[in-house]
Design a protein around this ligand. Sequence first.
Ligand code: ADP
Ligand code: MG
Length: 353
Amino acid sequence: MLQIISVSKNYGPNISALKDISLEIQDGEFVFLVGPSGSGKTTLIRMLIREELPSTGKIFFHDEDITRYNRRQVYSLRRKIGVIFQDYKLIPELNAFENIAFAMEAAGKSDKEIKEYVPYLLDIVGLTNRTNFFPRQLSGGEKQRVAIARAMANNPKLLIADEPTGNLDPDSAWDIVQILSKINNWGTTVLMSTHGSDIVNSLHKRVLRMEDGALVRDDFRGSYDEVDEFSLKVLSESGKQAEAASELVQEATKSAEDSQAEEATPELEQTPTDSQPEESVPPEHTEQTEEPKASLKEERLKGRKTEKPKSDSLTPQKNKKKKSKTKKKKESLSLLKKLKKRKILKIRINYIL
Ligand code: ADP
Ligand code: MG
């Protein structure tokens, strides 16, 4: 699915962030990308999602050279690749449901699809009971689970996670890796960069190791050969590494058995229409974004939305319960429009659009 051929990236004359990297990732693999801070993991990931271009070399995704993609093709590429980051990058003004719905809406999914699929995704990441919570009301692990659900919202072929457990306690980190493992068992290729050697050692997946911009090791079913601080913490705090690993294998096996049935008939739950937290946009967010500069992407979306307004767009709003169906329809507002209305357009939506 992915071929990286002699990729180098220089920042100015003195910084070689990537040095002649070549590797191939097959459909359905789970690959760890390890290496010390500054070794080039994030830079490599940025090339894969076309946030940056290599200085030299080529990158093929499904046999197409993405380094030659035009802007339109880059949008399309990003919908085929889900990405999660260490700092979650959730939109603070949207609740868990809306953060996921927003990614689907931006990809042109219908309200019906959104209302059916978001609860299913929330269920997969174990957050059904946090549907209406805003990012600030969620723990780090929960935020990362919302981010995973959002990354999976448009059924990507490849899920890339850049240090997704970097800010999490050991137990939450394990939860995240288990969810990624489950997603991988259902067929999505996963590339995860990490410092968590316990995780890498226990899962016995392929390990790519980077050092100083170079790929120094590519082990199938390898392990992380250094015990770092994170690992020691896990071992001392929980002491359940082996147990967790064995549980994971059992769960993975079960998931694989269940996956076909589950995929064929996704569990549909009632879309939340009540008990929305009475939240308002925090003043600091409004202030930060009082003079939004719409990017080309946003303009493009604006055009699309203006051309063809949806009459029954998703409207998670306050006091919905009390409103009649007709009234709800009249007040209907897509999430994108809602964001525009609140003048919070200047948000980092690059990674989902
Ligand atoms: P990692 O993710 O493994 O910690 P990075 O990919 O972030 O490493 O960084 C690799 C190297 O490239 C570092 O030396 C970093 O300072 C440098 N680097 C990354 N991005 C830039 C940039 N935009 N400009 C200059 N140097 C950069
Ligand atoms: Mg990094």
